[in-house]
Design a protein around this ligand. Structure first.
Ligand code: B16
Ligand code: MG
Length: 218
């Protein structure tokens, strides 16, 4: 049987760090007199830090200098890291450990494929680093999702062909990236948003051991 590559996005799949991104972006936007809602935060899921700030500034019709842009990015990240530093294993989303354990037992190849430059720090906080054979994150890519780069690097590191890889993603851009990479895309969230994924589940509690086994065997 061919070994499969299982690639996990981080924010929204393994942990819900979107709430911390929201708090940090809101604080920053409000300090610039820009309104920032949960709906707008949704649109930043899977989007890089630079692109996120560009979007917030355009929503608020603001133009700023390059130096100010850099300073705001650093400020936002410092605030975000402050939230991250308080995370622990309790923040791992339900049934993620069960699925990781099953994949390990079945000797499958497992990678992270995240846009976040803070991915390693987060995995450390929730004590999951050892569960991954490869970690590919925002520090390793030049092109952001929906470009497939992050997942193709992960496949290469796992030494598994893209068509033998399965991607778990909560963002539209991430599902698109997985599809472009010719991988099986599994959306975590709502069908309304992730309709382009091959399969969609609300969360990992809906993903059975039988389903994972069928992915490995087919
Ligand atoms: P950072 P993912 C993404 O992570 C987040 O969904 C997105 O909201 C965030 O802006 C991006 O990482 C960059 O994060 O500021 O930590 O580098 O979903 O691809 O794991
Ligand atoms: Mg995500």
């Amino acid at each position: 049987m061919t070994k499969k590559g299982f690639i996990f996005d981080l924010d929204g799949v393994i942990v819900d760090t979107a709430k911390y991104h929201f708090l940090a972006w809101k604080k920053l936007a409000n300090s610039l007199d820009i309104d920032f809602t949960e709906e707008e935060n949704e649109q930043l899921k899977g989007v890089s830090r630079v692109k996120s700030l560009e979007k917030i500034l355009s929503w608020g019709n603001k133009t700023i200098s390059e130096d100010q842009f850099k300073a705001l990015m650093a400020e936002k990240n410092e605030d975000y890291l402050n939230h991250i530093s308080k995370m622990d294993e309790d923040e791992i989303l339900p049934d993620v450990p069960r699925v990781l354990q099953l994949l390990k037992m079945k000797e499958q190849a497992i990678s992270l494929g995240s846009a976040s430059k803070n991915a390693r720090a987060i995995l450390d906080r929730v004590n999951l680093k050892a569960s991954f054979h490869a970690i590919v994150d925002g520090n390793d890519v030049t092109k952001a999702k929906p470009d497939p780069e992050v997942f193709l690097i992960a496949a290469k590191q796992l030494e598994v062909k893209p068509e033998d890889c399965i991607v778990f993603e909560d963002s539209v851009a991430g599902v698109e990236a997985a599809n472009v990479a010719n991988m099986i895309s599994i959306g975590i969230g709502s069908t309304d948003v992730l309709g382009h994924a091959k399969y969609v589940f609300k969360d990992f509690t809906e993903i059975s051991d039988e389903f994972i086994t069928s992915l490995i065997e087919n």
